[in-house]
Design a protein around this ligand. Structure first.
Ligand code: NAI
Ligand code: MG
Length: 336
């Protein structure tokens, strides 16, 4: 019996996480679900965006399925982003963001890549300060953080190459020509670690060139590995090639309980309208099942999503009229 901690959070998190839970239940596995609170509504209610009970439940669980939370763009005393706090608390240093083609005119075909984003440091280290009219953010890059993220990327590339019968290619994305010390260290670590993986072919691209190549030749990528902010931006960009934020899944893995979450946010513009695309949450659930040692169930879930799209059903973000519930039912019908 595996325990899944569901954290729906705010906005459409409250719609897509129940949808994912329904599909997981339809798979008829030995799973136990517990639900926990986090986010802005939780902060307004309890004065804490990530209560200790939530952390304790997550710690005791085998995996967390996280929806999204709303974070204000200004400083709110006492508020900290729950997903950033969870990543730090459990030392979930690797953010895995697969981007692959889906059936439908909304998606380009022939794309199958994995963006491996460093998840704990870089420009998101939380070291920001303001001095009058000058504001400074520190970009922290460490040897430990860089080596371990490149190791994850190489391992993932090997796993993918075995499953696909292709060559493992890792592209390290940086801006070492300008950020000579920080990205210089990241690049140095990438060359060293990739050198330990004899089969892996290492390529490198400057981040601006990578952003362009993602649009021009997305089919040419296998695994990309990069620092926190670059990975955040490039993975949103890449998701647009295959349908956008509504379909993008992710996994946060590292030392503690792994956290699986759709890449999108709480989408206040469509929240509560039953319009949210559950695919990001469903594909994140499939990643979770793989990590929990259920690759067969993961494949069934992915296949059910693909078949539902191929039948022509889709939510508004993909140009259709299906509601979250209608799409989810159609997926569950293929699992039963
Ligand atoms: P967002 O991802 O919430 O929305 C961007 C656009 O994509 C919106 O037009 C939205 O309607 C659409 N969209 C997103 N997910 C969708 C889905 N599943 N189905 C259909 N359409 C979808 O990003 P935004 O608007 O920049 O941020 C809104 C809030 O979400 C902010 O408070 C932000 O801090 C938070 N956020 C939270 C994240 C997390 O919890 N991991 C990640 C990103 C943003
Ligand atoms: Mg993002």
């Amino acid at each position: 019996m595996k325990t899944i901690c569901l954290i729906p959070g705010d906005g459409i998190g409250q719609e897509v996480i129940p949808a994912a839970a329904e599909a997981l239940q339809a798979l008829d596995l030995d799973l136990d679900f517990v639900e926990a609170e986090a986010g802005f509504a939780c902060f307004e209610k309890h004065g804490n965006a990530l209560p200790e009970e939530t952390l304790a439940l997550a710690r005791r669980s085998d995996a967390v399925l996280f929806g999204a939370t709303s974070s204000p763009s200004t400083i709110v005393a006492g508020y900290r982003s729950p997903i950033l706090a969870l990543r730090r608390e459990f030392d979930l240093y690797a953010n895995l963001r697969p981007v692959f083609s889906l059936p439908g005119e909304f998606s380009q075909q022939g794309i199958d890549m994995l963006i491996v984003r460093e998840n704990t440091e870089g420009l998101y280290s939380g070291r920001e300060r303001r001095d009058g009219d000058t504001a400074i953010a520190e970009r922290v890059i460490t040897r430990k953080g860089s080596e371990r993220i490149v190791r994850v990327a190489c391992e993932q590339a090997l796993k993918r190459s075995r499953a696909r019968g292709t060559q493992p290619v890792v592209t390290v994305v940086h801006k070492a020509n300008v950020l000579k010390l920080t990205d210089g260290l990241f690049r140095e670590c990438a060359l060293k670690i990739a050198g330990e993986f004899r089969e892996v072919i290492l390529k490198e691209l400057l981040v601006d060139a990578a952003a362009m190549k993602l649009v021009k030749a997305p089919q040419s990528f296998d695994v990309l590995v990069t620092t926190n902010l670059f990975g955040d931006i490039l993975s949103d960009e890449a998701s647009a090639l295959v349908g956008g934020l509504g379909v993008a899944p992710s996994a946060n893995v590292g030392a503690g309980t792994p956290v699986f979450e759709p890449v999108h946010g709480s989408a206040p513009d469509i929240a509560g309208k039953g319009m949210a695309n559950p695919i990001g949450a469903l594909l994140s659930s499939a990643m979770m099942l793989e990590t929990l040692g259920e690759p067969g169930a993961a494949a069934r879930l992915r296949q059910a999503v693909v078949e539902t799209l191929a039948s022509g059903l889709r939510t508004a973000d993909l140009g259709g009229t299906a509601t979250t519930t209608q799409f989810t039912r159609a997926v569950c019908d293929r699992l039963g």
